[in-house]
Design a protein around this ligand. Structure first.
Ligand SMILES: N[C@H](CCC[C@H](N)C(=O)O)C(=O)O
Length: 323
């Protein structure tokens, strides 16, 4: 089958967006898993941290379904939702729409530039829960805020929350990728402790309302950035009184930076995630579902200007981390 693809990214957490609103495709659930594994494969011709299927919705302007490279479907994807927000708002000629996701219909809005020539999109990250059952995390504690998890580490403490995909957050003085990789693998292998797996993030404080976040993503591994993890990390820094509620928190990552704001609505938290939604290229892929073989059947259309602009924003972000 031929599939039109749009390669895009949020903070260099990159995705393949496939528009099903046109009715051109009728993917089975098996097709979605095959497409995710084939197109995300970094040894293949495309390579990505996930697939964003954009579908029609009965309850919102569009629906997003996100699949990890291992074929698993995630409840939510923050960087991906910004890319879908840009795609749907531009397609419908609106600045604000609602996107249906598995556990919530989320408002998304086009915001002003956050860096020279980088328009920003702001999305709601919710529902948020600190209940261990919401991940699920099988633990003697109902709530984990800076609590040890002996099965994972003898000296780190963790905050557990779902947004609504599952996250473990730990604050560290310095980020070491090899330690995080090991921790992420152990956490995602222990199906007794975390039956649905988990995204694991290190948070390094950088000063007032500024953090660096590095994430080992469930179903992927280490990525440049994880939108839901950066949001969960920002909220965690508020809960542990490192940063302020209702104030912008600049979350730096390997791929750039985003701006998170944690808000409280009664007993519920919601996190506003604001960041880029950059297009890299569009193309047409021919996929043989039986063999999972893919080949490109059209020359790529490159979005060179916006990638040039984004490269400048990314080097600005790298400078902030080393300051
Ligand atoms: N790996 C994540 C899904 C993608 C989330 C991430 N790319 C984001 O931007 O939030 C999970 O399985 O929960």
């Amino acid at each position: 089958m031929n599939i039109e693809i749009l390669k895009c990214h949020g903070s260099n957490n990159d995705f393949v967006l496939i528009d099903e609103m046109t009715g051109a495709y009728s993917f089975s659930e098996e097709d979605r898993v095959t497409i995710a594994k084939a197109l995300c494969n970094r040894e293949g011709i495309v390579g990505a941290d996930g697939i964003l299927f954009v579908l029609n919705s009965d309850v919102a302007e569009a629906q997003m379904r996100m699949f990890n490279p291992d074929g698993s479907e995630a409840e939510m994807c923050g960087n991906g939702l910004r890319c879908v927000a840009r795609y749907v708002t531009e397609k419908l000629g609106k600045d604000e729409v609602v996107i249906e996701t598995p556990e919530a219909n989320l408002p998304v809005v086009k915001r002003e530039e956050m860096y020279e020539d980088i328009p920003s999109f702001e999305v709601n990250i919710e529902p948020v829960s600190f209940s261990a059952d919401s991940l699920p995390l099988h633990s003697p504690h109902h709530i984990h805020i800076e609590q040890p998890i002996p099965a994972l580490s003898k000296d780190l403490t963790f905050t557990a929350l779902s947004v609504p995909n599952p996250h473990l957050i730990t604050v560290v003085p310095e980020v070491h990728d090899e330690n995080l990789s090991w921790l992420g693998k152990v956490a995602n292998q222990d199906k007794e402790l975390l039956p649905n797996g988990v995204n694991v993030s290190y948070v390094q404080p950088l000063g007032d309302q500024k953090v660096f976040v590095r994430t080992y993503e469930r179903g992927v591994g280490l990525t440049n950035a994880c939108g839901t993890a950066m949001s969960a990390s920002a909220l965690t820094t508020v809960i542990v009184e490192m940063n302020q509620l209702n104030e912008e928190i600049f979350v730096f990552n390997r791929g750039g930076f985003v701006i998170c704001t944690a808000l409280k609505d009664g007993d519920d938290y919601v996190i506003k995630l604001r960041g880029n939604a950059t297009y890299v290229y569009s193309s047409t892929i021919q996929l043989d579902v039986a063999s999972s073989e893919i080949k490109e059947v059209k020359d790529r259309t490159l979005f060179e200007a916006e990638n040039h602009a984004y490269a400048k924003m990314q080097s600005y972000a790298q400078e902030q981390i080393t300051l």
